[in-house]
Design a protein around this ligand. Structure first.
Ligand SMILES: [Mg+2]
Length: 211
């Protein structure tokens, strides 16, 4: 196999599937309304959706209390309505080819398991392992590399035999901390000011360089 890689692990949201920003917008508006906040800058929705430090966005852009915001947000972010606003990117089809070539495929996502299950059903790729961050079960959110370690163990590969592909700053940090080859998937939806990926691709077809 190319470059000694045996496995590819993927982030889910924004990497394999995409959710209409209008979905986030609706939930944020409802959440803030409940908290007595009726005006917020439009661009804040995009900041909230793409940035890793969402607590900062909630505080600085929405002027909302972080814990109270999350409690309501999760209450309104119902898996079914999220799934209805989500579709897979057309280029995920290439993962079948890698699977056929014998690569092991995994997913490490910060989504809640119920959301992840609905989203994965849209992708139709037989992943060998799916890990959802779950701090109370010992799998912290990215950029902690714990979920990647968990995938490596399940896939029975070592860190230098795997790549991790993601569209967010937390993905790149988690991969670098786990010492797997980090690949930033730039879908052209958001520009991160401070991102230093080892490799960058603009669609999943770019993985042909590595796999
Ligand atoms: Mg993502």
């Amino acid at each position: 196999m190319k470059n000694g890689f045996k496995a590819a692990i993927f982030d889910l949201d924004g990497t394999l599937v995409t959710t209409d920003l209008s979905h986030a917008h609706g939930i944020i508006r409802r959440t803030l309304h409940e908290l007595g906040i009726h005006h917020f800058p439009e661009e804040a929705v995009k900041e909230f959706w793409y940035r890793a430090d969402r607590g900062t966005v909630i505080r600085d852009y929405f002027n909302a209390p972080v814990d109270a915001f999350w409690n309501l947000f999760h209450l309104y972010d119902l898996p079914k309505s999220r799934a209805a606003a989500t579709h897979s990117y057309p280029d995920v089809a290439i993962l079948y080819a890698y699977k056929k070539q014998g690569y092991k495929l995994g997913v490490f996502t910060s989504s809640q398991p119920a959301v992840a299950a609905l989203e994965l059903a849209l992708v139709h790729v037989p992943f060998d392992v799916v890990v959802c961050a779950h701090p109370s079960l010992g799998i912290p959110y990215k950029p902690h590399p714990g979920g990647i370690y968990h995938c490596l163990e399940k896939l029975q590969v070592q860190s230098h035999q795997a790549i991790f592909v993601g569209n967010g700053q937390e993905d790149i940090e988690a991969a670098q901390r786990a010492q797997v080859h980090d690949v930033y998937l730039d879908r052209g939806e958001y520009i991160f000011p401070q991102l230093h990926p080892t490799s960058t691709i603009t669609s999943l077809h770019g993985l042909d360089h590595f796999l």
